[in-house]
Design a protein around this ligand. Structure first.
Ligand code: GLA
Ligand code: ZN
Length: 681
């Protein structure tokens, strides 16, 4: 990565402002023991740095950076704008947000600033500039960390005004907006931009079935886009202030919710970031494929470029109902899981556990005991030493995938704002189901956006592609025509980018490519199911599979019927179809099928396209690979609580972490990790 050292960075969030200086000295000793080489500082220090409107005092931070430098630790410097000072909220209430019910917040918590507050924008930009000016030549400085886990939503008057400006830029005329939003419905025609209000619980939104529903999806989708852009504008403001002083600064911000944070379109954000950074907090018991998918998504945001694991807990969390310890070996295992999928930093929240307030029971490298004789510290120190020994082996190594899954925030917003056919249809769950099939086959997947190039992929899967954005259908046609295999599912091709239905039969713009038309969509109740009767076509077994959630009544228009429905009044009608398109083909899966079907289908499609699994492993052993300079690094990660037997082939392979050779059938310890080096040239 540009400007970053040639090893996997190791460290995390460090809050010396919470401690007397004497403790800092002890921290430096402990950092050294754990081979910590990066500390994220100043993330929540705005009030300390700026006690009032005019005064800035950074002496303590000078001291921190000097001390880090003297101890060989690089700084990931926070701009500190994730929590505004209390005096600012009192003097300028526009920094405070308003919730969907119209309640103005008082000063409190963090991540609490309105993204369209003039006060917030003025002072956050000024802070970023002052920090850049002060530290531009500081030798500890490595990376910039703007704000922290940016996001959430605001419904204040400034946001409303900014929404109107955003809409004017997008639509130019009210006629265009009225058409796009279909405002002839429920007499919503707007005659003046000032008539438009934010869609919230005070206007178009209401609570239904456990979520916030909307009466005007197009408006709510545009609000989502606007809100993501509003926060992005705040990020850009700080980034530009830094880059005006330090043109080659490496600037990032940390992504939340394990990288699948619904309010922000991370594909759009990633374009504005020098490197993607992720906060990963899996619950114990979270299927490991979920985290694998999110790591792959982080790598996909910048078309395969490595990312930083900016935060994970060395052990427990504090903010869930029950916050168990990470079992021995699990922190290391999960760290390598991220590295296997493209991470080039392993960082923790936090380096020293706070003595008070909300996070005092959150895991940390240095515990309340304050010394190195703890299980967690020892595990962290061992990992630090290991990463040091790895050196630059993996730096810049890329992941070669022939399969891509399309992930699109616009589609996510649109799909889940839709009223009907069923609130049970959830985008992330669907994406995960298709991902899981490849995960269990050990086939490497890239998570891609709608703008990513498709030509490198043999197989592209776009689950529930409800919204087809301009040009995307043509792109998919070109892809299939030139030999690619495309797979999509039920409830796809329904609307255009402002949620207007593509008329003439579903799946609208994808109809030609798929060679079908869908007449009716039938959602099923929980516990209800139908089944697929496979027709023995396309080298798939002539068996049956169950399906649920949604079934569709569809007709072929050139496609071959691979399976038909087994029950209900549409028994015998096509359920799975395959259409030859130019040199390639396009598949349609019209129902939410059991996982076994997806595994069988993708096993066949990968075989047919000469896509080979990265390795053969027993259940619970994850396999993933990175490659560079004629070498492939195969990661084998044992998520089981017991050792697993893995056959790595006859030829001995060097295992990078243990340093010895492995061959034949070998035993991978419980929670163990191997990185096997293979020559590919
Ligand atoms: C987030 C924040 C951190 C910290 C952790 C705790 O990721 O960015 O500041 O609060 O959660 O898990
Ligand atoms: Zn606001």
């Amino acid at each position: 990565m540009n400007g970053l050292p040639n090893k996997i960075l190791y460290g995390g969030d460090y809050n010396p402002e919470q401690w007397p200086r004497g403790v800092w000295e002890e921290d430096m000793r402990l950092f050294k023991l754990a081979r910590i080489d990066i500390a994220t500082v100043n993330v929540f220090s705005w009030a300390r740095n700026q006690p009032d409107e005019e005064t800035y005092r950074f002496e303590w931070l000078d001291d921190v950076l000097d001390m880090l430098h003297a101890n060989g630790v690089r700084a990931c410097l926070g701009t500190g704008t994730a929590a505004h000072p209390a005096w600012m909220a009192r003097a300028y209430p526009d920094v405070l947000t308003v919730d969907s019910q119209g309640r103005k917040k008082k000063y409190g918590r963090r991540h609490n600033s309105c993204p369209n507050s003039p006060t917030f924008r003025l002072y956050s930009e000024r802070m970023a500039r002052k920090l850049a000016e002060r530290y531009k030549d500081h030798p500890a400085l490595l990376l910039w960390h703007v704000n922290n886990e940016m996001g959430w939503r605001c419904y204040c008057d400034n946001c409303e005004q900014a929404f109107r400006v955003w809409l004017r830029e997008r639509y130019e005329t009210l006629d265009a907006l009225n058409n796009a939003w279909y405002t002839s419905f429920w007499g919503h025609t707007f005659y003046d931009w000032e008539e438009i209000v934010l869609p919230s619980q005070q206007s178009e939104h209401f609570s239904a079935f456990g979520h916030e529903a909307t009466a005007f999806p197009a408006m709510s989708i545009d609000y989502d886009r606007f809100n993501s852009d509003s926060f992005l504008a705040c990020y850009q403001l700080e980034r530009d202030a830094i880059k005006a002083v330090i043109p080659d600064a490496v600037v990032t911000t940390n992504f939340q919710s394990n990288g699948t944070y619904k309010p922000l379109d991370y594909f759009k954000w990633a374009k504005e970031m020098d490197v993607v950074a992720l906060d990963s907090y899996p619950e114990s018991g979270t299927p490991m494929s979920q985290i694998a998918m999110r790591h792959d998504l982080m790598r996909g945001l910048k078309q395969g470029k490595p990312f930083l694991l900016m935060e994970q807990s060395p052990s427990q969390l504090n903010w869930r109902e029950v916050n168990p310890l990470k079992r021995p070996g699990v922190m290391r295992l999960w760290s390598y899981q991220a590295v296997a999928r493209g991470a080039e930093a392993v960082m923790f929240f936090q380096l020293r556990r706070s003595a008070g307030a909300f996070e005092k029971f959150h895991g940390a490298v240095i515990d309340h005991a304050g010394h190195e004789h703890t299980r967690v510290f020892q595990e962290c120190a061992e990992l630090g030493q290991e990463l040091q020994r790895l050196g630059d082996a993996l730096i810049g190594a890329r992941t070669a995938s022939k399969v891509a899954i399309v992930f699109d925030w616009d589609n996510w917003w649109a799909l889940e704002h839709s009223s009907g056919p069923t609130t049970r249809l959830k985008y992330l769950q669907q994406i995960q189901r298709y991902y899981d099939a490849f995960y269990s086959l050990n086939v490497q997947v890239d998570m891609i956006g709608t703008e990513t190039r498709l030509d490198e992929y043999a197989l592209v899967v776009a689950p529930v592609l409800y919204m087809v954005k301009p040009g995307f259908a043509e792109k998919l046609e070109t892809y299939a025509a030139s030999g690619g295999t495309f797979v999509t599912t039920f409830f796809s091709g329904i609307v255009q980018e402002t949620d207007l239905v593509t008329l003439g039969g579903y799946p609208g713009e994808l109809r030609k490519l798929l060679g079908i038309w869908v007449e009716e969509i039938d959602p099923l109740f929980p516990g209800q199911s139908n089944f697929l009767v496979m027709q023995g076509k396309a080298s798939l077994p002539a068996v049956t599979y169950s399906c649920s959630l949604i079934c569709e009544r569809l007709h072929t228009e050139g496609a071959e019927t691979v399976a038909v429905y087994g029950a209900d009044f549409y028994a015998g009608m096509p359920a799975i179809t395959r259409n030859t398109f130019g040199k390639g083909e396009a598949w349609y899966i019209s129902s939410d099928t059991e996982e076994r079907f997806l595994i069988d289908l993708f096993s066949e499609l990968t075989t047919r396209n000469n896509i080979v699994p990265v390795a053969a492993t027993p259940p619970g052993v994850e396999a993933s690979a990175r490659a560079k300079d004629g070498k492939r690094y195969l990661f084998l990660l044992n998520h089981n609580d017991q050792p697993a037997k893995v056959n790595v082939g006859k030829a001995p392979l060097r295992e990078l972490l243990g340093g010895s050779d492995v061959s034949g059938e070998a035993s991978l310890p419980a929670h163990g990790v191997w990185i096997l080096e293979e020559r590919t040239e």
